[in-house]
Design a protein around this ligand. Structure first.
Ligand code: RIB
Length: 305
């Protein structure tokens, strides 16, 4: 069982020819609306990858709440610990350019009301997995992480967006998952100067923080205390990379939760991340286990580095 403590948003997605620079107005055509939020996306990604999943977070009492919860409910994620609060449901404003790259602004709203206390201790069972991101209050992440660690859960934090966390939080993780930008933030917390992603990940691992770095079309690497692996990315023509990191992280956590080793988890995650780039929006394009397994053989196994 995977518990995801994190954000639920409604995404307003606008395709544009190119992303704006600061102070610039760029005009697109029509926009679409879909459920999103890194927490909800990773919960759904894990569910579709084959895990039993529980979502803990907060939405408002507005119409957006139903949209934010819809896909989770349809696909069988347990949303009974998602609180309803008197603040508007989180929303994200996403521009996507012709190469599938995006720019995201998030109105956190109700996500800032998510509390670790929404989950009782008896729901934290040894051997299960706790999956966190950075779109809910960092202090609440820290509280739930401390309780989960003391009760024997596997713990995974996706440091997205790249915000400062305390060193104690990093020390309580089994795996930290970051992209090439976020890894620099994490490494700085343990006193590593700005460095290339692999060097930063090695520095984190030397400090006891096992780290996965996703590198887009270059694949990903995992560096733990006693093993290091590299995996390629799927060869694809991306349409929209929104949610690719969430698909990767959800599939990675699912594989670990099932008892797979890191190399296998990395391979499944890379396939899931690639497949998520083949459709528009975050949640609509998250792949199912059958689709991930159908593409597994096309990706060479992870190699030791
Ligand atoms: O990772 C993609 C997600 O980031 C979007 O769904 C958006 O809601 C933001 O949280």
């Amino acid at each position: 069982m995977i518990t995801v403590f994190g954000s639920l948003n409604v995404d307003l997605i606008l395709p544009v020819e190119r992303l704006p620079v600061a102070g610039e107005t760029v005009i697109g055509g029509g926009y679409s609306m879909a459920a999103g939020g890194k927490g909800a996306n990773q919960a759904l990604a894990a569910r579709r990858a084959g895990a039993e999943v529980r979502m803990v977070g907060a939405v408002g009492r507005d119409g957006f709440a139903e949209i934010a919860l819809a896909e989770l409910e349809t696909d069988g994620v347990d949303v009974s610990r998602v609180a309803r609060v008197d603040v508007t449901t989180g929303a994200a404003f996403i521009a996507v350019d012709g190469r599938g790259q995006n720019q995201i602004l998030v109105a956190a709203g109700a996500n800032l009301e998510a509390r670790a206390a929404q989950l009782e201790d008896t729901a934290l069972r040894a051997g299960d997995t706790l999956l966190l991101q950075m779109e809910v209050p960092a202090a609440e992440n820290g509280r739930l992480l401390a309780r989960a660690k003391s009760r024997g859960l596997r713990t995974v934090l996706n440091l997205a967006p790249a915000l400062a966390v305390d060193r104690t939080t990093l020390a309580r993780l089994d795996w930290l998952v970051v992209n090439e930008i976020e890894v620099a933030t994490a490494a700085a917390i343990v006193g590593c100067p700005a460095d290339a992603p692999e060097a930063a990940a090695r520095h984190l691992a030397l400090n006891g923080i096992a780290t996965v770095v996703t590198c887009g079309a270059k694949g990903a690497l995992a560096i733990g205390p006693d093993e290091a692996w590299r995996i390629d990315a799927l060869a694809i023509d991306p349409i929209d990379s929104t949610g690719a990191g969430d698909a990767f992280t959800g599939a990675f956590a699912t594989s670990l939760d099932r008892g797979d080793g890191v190399a296998e988890a990395l391979r499944r995650a890379s396939v899931a991340g690639g497949l998520a780039c083949l459709g528009h929006g975050a949640q609509p394009s998250l792949p199912w286990r059958s689709a991930i397994e159908a593409r597994l053989a096309t990706l060479p196994a992870a190699r030791r580095v």
